[in-house]
Design a protein. Structure first.
Length: 408
C-alpha cells in the first residue's frame, strides 16, 4: 500500500474550501441532510439491551461515497453516527446511520510533512494531517484522532463545535486548523484543535472505560503512549508515559476488569501487556507472527487478526494459550465483534472480502465471505433488535460498504 502520494495530496489541498460528494453509477448518493447542530448534541443516549439472537442472514449491500483513502470507521455508542477517517482526504466524515447522509465534514488544513511509502519502506514528502484511527472518550463527546504524519493525536469535540471555533480565534500556532462543513446548509466554520505529541506514526487509540486514560500505538517510534485525560483543561490530555514496545506496535485493547492493556506487535509474534494501575510493562503473551488487530469478548478472551498468515485466533490471555483459529481471506486487517460477542467480522484487505464467523465454544464457523472491492480495511457494527449492519471502509475506492443482516 502506497500511502501519502504528494501529487494527489496537492490536488486534495485545493478541495479544502470546496467539498463535493460525487455519485458513481454503482454507489448510493451521499446527499445533504437537514441541519443537525441541535440533534448532534443529543446523539449519544443510553441504548437498551438488545433481544437475543443466534444467527445472521445476509440481506443486502449498499455502497456510500466517502473521501480518498478511507482508513477506519467508528460508531458512537448510540449507533446513530458513524465517523469515517479519510487518510488521503485529510478529513473525518460524520454519517447519519438511518439516512446514510453526511451530516458534517471535519476537513483539516494541510501542512507539509513527511509520510511513509509502505511498499518501498521509505519516507516520502506528504502532509501532516492524515487521519488514521480514532477512539471516543467522555460518553462520546470527544473523538480522539491519530494523525499519521503529525506524530500525535487531536481531540475533536463532536458535540461542542463552539469550543473548537473559539480555539481557532485564539490563533495558537501549535493547533491543527480545520473547517467544519455542513452539507445541508453549505455552512463552513473555521475551527482548531490541539495537537498532542505522542510518537512517530500514531495508529490505534484505546480509551479506558472511565475516560481517565488513553493509549495510542506509535508505529515507527516502537512505543505506546499513555495519556491522562481532562475534558475541561486544554489541551485535554497529556502524555504521562511512553512505553517501549519493540517492532511495530499496532492493535490495542483495554481490559478494564483485569486492569490490563494488550498491544499487538506486528513486527514480532507476541502481545505486549501493560499494567493499567502502574502503566508499566507486564509479562507478554506469545502468539503467532504478525498480529495486527485485537478485540475482546465479555469473558476477557482476545480475538486477533494475523495479517500475513491470513488467520484469526481466539486467545486466553491468562494462560497464554491459543484456543482456536480459522483461515480468512488474504491479509485480514480490522476485526469487530457483534454486540452479543457471538459473531466476528473480518476485513480482508488483499482478498477484497469481508468474512463473517460464528464464534462457538471451541471453534469458528465461517458463515460468509462477502465480496468487498477496494481493499477493505476498517469495520464497525450497528445493531437494533431486528438487524445488524457491518459498515466497512474501502481504502483504494474511498467508499463505505454497508452489509445488512437479518437476525434470527
Amino acid at each position: 500500500m502506497k500511502q501519502n502520494n504528494p501529487w494527489l495530496n496537492l490536488a486534495l489541498c485545493c478541495l479544502f474550501s470546496s467539498c463535493a460528494y460525487a455519485q458513481p453509477k454503482q454507489e448510493t448518493a451521499v446527499a445533504a441532510a437537514p441541519a443537525v447542530q441541535d440533534s448532534v448534541a443529543k446523539a449519544t443516549p443510553v441504548r437498551p439491551a438488545l433481544k437475543p439472537y443466534h444467527n445472521l442472514v445476509a440481506t443486502g449491500t449498499e455502497v456510500l461515497k466517502s473521501a480518498p483513502g478511507t482508513k477506519s470507521v467508528l460508531f458512537n455508542a448510540a449507533g446513530t453516527r458513524l465517523y469515517a477517517l479519510n487518510l488521503e482526504g485529510m478529513s473525518v466524515y460524520e454519517f447519519d446511520q438511518v439516512s446514510r447522509k453526511v451530516l458534517r465534514e471535519f476537513k483539516f488544513k494541510p501542512t507539509r510533512g513527511t509520510g511513509w511509502d509502505y511498499d518501498t519502506d521509505k519516507p516520502i514528502p506528504s502532509y501532516q494531517e492524515k487521519p488514521v484511527e480514532a477512539g471516543f472518550s467522555h460518553d462520546g463527546d470527544i473523538l480522539w484522532v491519530s494523525l499519521h504524519n503529525a506524530e500525535g493525536i487531536v481531540p475533536v469535540f463532536v458535540n461542542d463545535e463552539a469550543r473548537m471555533k473559539e480555539q481557532f480565534g485564539k490563533g495558537d500556532a501549535a493547533d491543527k486548523k480545520m473547517v467544519i462543513y455542513h452539507p445541508a446548509t453549505g455552512a463552513r466554520d473555521s475551527a482548531a484543535v490541539p495537537l498532542i505529541h505522542t510518537g512517530k506514526t500514531p495508529k490505534v487509540i484505546a480509551v479506558t472505560a472511565d475516560s481517565r486514560h488513553l493509549l495510542v500505538s506509535n508505529w515507527h517510534s516502537y512505543t505506546v503512549s499513555v495519556l491522562e485525560l481532562d475534558k475541561q483543561v486544554y489541551p485535554y490530555g497529556k502524555v504521562i508515559r511512553n512505553l517501549p514496545m519493540g517492532a511495530i506496535p499496532r492493535g490495542v485493547i483495554v481490559d478494564d476488569k483485569r486492569n490490563k492493556s494488550y498491544v499487538a506487535i506486528m513486527g514480532g509474534a507476541r502481545l505486549n501487556v501493560i499494567d493499567n494501575q502502574t502503566w508499566q510493562a507486564d509479562t507478554p503473551v506469545n502468539v503467532a507472527s504478525n498480529p495486527r488487530h485485537i478485540v475482546m469478548d465479555d469473558d476477557g478472551r482476545l480475538f486477533i487478526s494475523y495479517n500475513k498468515l491470513s488467520k484469526v485466533a481466539c486467545i486466553d490471555p491468562v494462560s497464554g494459550k491459543t484456543l482456536f483459529t480459522a483461515e480468512t481471506g488474504e491479509k485480514p486487517r480490522t476485526i469487530m465483534l457483534s454486540k452479543n460477542k457471538k459473531f466476528l467480522f473480518v476485513t480482508c484487505y488483499k482478498g477484497d472480502a469481508v468474512d463473517v464467523f460464528r464464534i462457538n465454544d471451541d471453534s469458528f464457523t465461517k458463515l460468509y465471505s462477502l465480496p468487498c472491492k477496494g481493499s477493505p480495511v476498517g469495520v464497525d457494527i450497528f445493531e437494533n433488535d431486528d438487524k445488524l449492519e457491518a459498515w466497512v471502509c474501502n481504502y483504494t475506492l474511498g467508499s463505505i460498504a454497508v452489509f445488512s443482516f437479518r437476525k434470527e
